[in-house]
Each structure stands twice: as structure tokens, then as C-alpha cells.
Design a protein. Sequence first.
Length: 244
Amino acid sequence: MLIDQNMKMADVVLHDPTLVPIINRFGVHLGMGDLNISEICKKHNLHLQFFTTILNAFHDKLYFPKEQLQSFPARLFVDYLQKAHRYFLEEKIPEIAGLIKETIQESSVNQKSYAIIERFFVHYRDEFRTHIQREEVKVFPYVLKLEKALEEDKITPEIEQLFHEYPITEYQAEHENVEEKIFDLKNIIVRHLPTPNNDRLWYQILREIFTLEKELNEHSRIEDLILIPKVKAMENELKLKMAK
């Protein structure tokens, strides 16, 4: 089922509740009444086509219209990705960390083995923060300045310097797939976790890790297949303007 602008937002959420964190990133929260998606976007001043395309990309893993996505302004992606970063760092990762800590505290045996998992996750969290900080401090400001320069047809010395110092290919070379560490964590829990006292808590942890992994995969797909090629195209346009 493709989501379209005439569907009621509440019906979409009831059909696929995993979309709740996605719509939250756009400032849309539960209690949306009987408003359809078009009305929701008007109410929250959202780009209708971008909103529905992102929802469909998360709802259906086979849906990923690259050409349509690349037609949207880069600033829409930057805004969306920044909101996703806040969700990961302020909500999802602390939630999993809290569950792990709670499980260790409730366990009377194998605490050392469980503590290894906690340290692994803390290390992952710190790496993820470093990854995001680089995007927030270096990559996203560069993308926005590049787009503005091209839109205004005004190539400043600052944007020329940024272009030569840190083109998007440099970022692409550094762009590690942080979801690989999540796979390692799942593997440790499923294969090597000592028999727990409380299967329910570890199942809950595993379920939340699977959810995080899915969301990170979609996040990386948007960055790798849409944002980076879009910025490369803008850089090529900048080269042509600088050569004149």
C-alpha cells in the first residue's frame, strides 16, 4: 500500500505504527484526529510531497524513488536528518542503554558477562556521537552553504575554500556504516549471552535494537543514495560556474 495525501493520518499510523517516530520528527504527534495527510502538512507547514515520500520509504522497503527524492531541495534532507539525529541520541539510544542497565541490575548471576554487553553498547554510542557530530559541524553546513550559493548564483570565497578543503567525496570516504556495530551487538546477544534470569527483558532489548537497526539502515540509505549524489551534482555545477 502506497501512502498518499488523501489518507487520514490516523489510519496510516494504525496500519503501520512503526511510522510514529518518523512523523514525530516532522513535528506531528498522536492526537491528529481525522485530518488527512494533506491537511496535516498544511497545519504543520510541511512539504507535502517530501513528507509522503519519506513515509513511503520507511513503510515499504521496496519503495525508494531516487529521481523523485533527488528533485527535492537539499535543505529538506538536512533538516530531516538533523531531526533523526536528535531522535537517535536523545530517545532511542538512551532507551536501549536504560534497558540494558535495568537488566544487569535485576540479574543475580552472569553480571560480568552482561557488563561486557553494556560496555560494547556504550562504545557504540560514543562512536555514533562522533559520527553525527562530524555531519552536524562539517557536512550539513557545507551542503546548505553550497545550495544557497548556487540558488543565489553567488560564489563567495568562503564556499570556494570549503569546496576545495572538504568536498563531499572526503566525507563519503569517512562515512562509516554505523549499523555494522549494531549487527555485532545483536550477534553477541543471540549467540553468546549467558542464559538470562529474565528472557522478557532481553527480548525487549533485542526488539529495540532491531528497530534501531532498521531505522539506521533507512537513514544511511537516504544519505548514501540521495544526499551524497545530490551534493556531488551541486559541486559539479559549482565547478562549471568557477570555470567561467
